[in-house]
Design a binder for this molecule. Structure first.
Ligand SMILES: Nc1ncnc2c1ncn2[C@@H]1O[C@H](COP(=O)(O)OP(=O)(O)OP(=O)(O)O)[C@@H](O)[C@H]1O
Ligand SMILES: [Mg+2]
Length: 335
């Protein structure tokens, strides 16, 4: 039973008691019908206000729990069990993953002998069938799970030695479901960098192609979005995510199916912004879409927890590649 139902039930019980008591008092002539009318009118007025106050309280509780979720996400509890204390400072953005194995449980191995090098400023698409381990690999790069076997080096520094806070500060993540919480556009953008100035926020909006849209709202950056405000389209939310990550300005960005909810045209437009803005960043782009993969420099194909092919995009068409096979089989499945 949720809090709303509890409040309604309490209201009903009070009403029942009040009506029964009043009926007895009127019956015994200890209360006049006039007084009864006044009491019931006053009671109705009181419950409406109590409900409205409690509803406001519940709304603010929801909002707090939402903010709590974001806070938890940014400060996952693993911080307590994570040994690394050094400050990760990414200057070039080189990622080296070697002999990495990972299991969620004793029954199966999710990632097997992963070896991958991503050079500074390069974009690597990570493709493969659903469940092959792409997101797990991304989460390991962000320190969401402890490494069990193998290494991840960022600019030569082992992730294990770095504090989680510094890892998350230096590596950005954009996922499919962009986290837009009920609040102003400004508050949503400041999640990227709480210290950003007004000028920097507007620069980010311009870079992400949402400056004009925000200017069209009477309240500009103070426009409330999310549940209690205006609804943004999928493409607009993605642009908020781009502006947010632009403010955060990490050298390494992981996109996990960030544009998969968009239609192809909007996705292409969002991709154009990505390429322009993040050309100097190292990016890992997890995708199920061939067009998105082909917009990257190289492609790593995963199968059943392993990387089975790493190839530059120009060479993909020349050989009988795992990439070709993957997308040919997916096209057949979707046909
Ligand atoms: N928290 C978890 N606990 C246990 N098993 C998990 C957990 N998360 C994922 N898995 C399992 O690990 C495997 C890899 O999952 P992962 O999410 O990394 O795949 P993916 O390649 O990202 O798939 P998709 O393309 O559908 O997003 C799957 O078999 C999945 O069921
Ligand atoms: Mg995934």
């Amino acid at each position: 039973m949720n809090a709303n139902s509890v409040i309604s039930l309490i209201n009903l019980l009070i009403k029942l008691c009040l009506y029964s008591l009043s009926a007895v008092m009127v019956w015994e002539n200890t209360m006049s019908v006039g007084v009864l009318t006044v009491i019931l009118t006053f009671y109705g007025y009181l419950t409406r206000n109590v409900s409205s106050v409690s509803q406001r309280y519940l709304d603010s509780e929801n909002r707090i729990s939402y903010i709590q979720k974001i806070y938890d996400f940014l400060h996952t509890p693993t911080e307590k069990v994570w040994d690394g204390k050094d400050n990760l400072q990414v200057s070039k953005g080189k990622i080296e993953i070697s002999n990495l194995y990972f299991s969620y449980n004793d029954q199966s191995i999710t990632l097997k002998n992963i070896n991958l090098i991503s050079f500074p400023g390069e974009s690597i698409a990570l493709v493969g069938k659903s469940g092959c381990g792409k997101t797990t690999l991304a989460f390991l790069m962000l320190g969401f799970y402890k490494l069990q076997k193998g290494k991840i080096l960022i600019d030569g520094k082992s992730l294990n030695e770095c504090s989680l806070k510094s890892i998350r500060n230096q590596i950005g993540l954009v996922q499919q479901n962009v986290l837009i919480f009920s609040g102003s556009i400004r508050q949503n953008l400041l999640l990227g960098n709480i210290h950003a100035t007004e000028r920097e926020i507007w620069d980010a909006c311009k870079a992400a192609g949402i400056e004009e849209l925000i200017h069209s709202f009477p309240e500009k950056l103070d426009t409330v979005v999310g549940n209690n405000g205006i609804n943004l389209s999928g493409g607009q939310k993605q642009r908020i995510a781009i502006a947010r990550i632009y403010l955060k300005n990490p050298k390494i960005i992981i996109f996990d199916e960030a544009t998969s909810a968009l239609d192809l045209e909007t996705e292409k437009e969002v991709l154009r912004y990505w390429k322009k803005l993040f050309s100097d960043k190292t990016s890992i782009v997890i995708t199920h879409r061939k067009e998105v993969a082909l917009a990257c420099d190289r492609v790593a194909v995963m199968n059943n927890g392993e990387i089975v092919e790493v190839e530059s995009v120009d060479k993909l068409n020349q050989t009988e590649s795992a990439f070709q096979k993957l997308f040919t089989s997916e096209e057949k499945e979707n046909a």
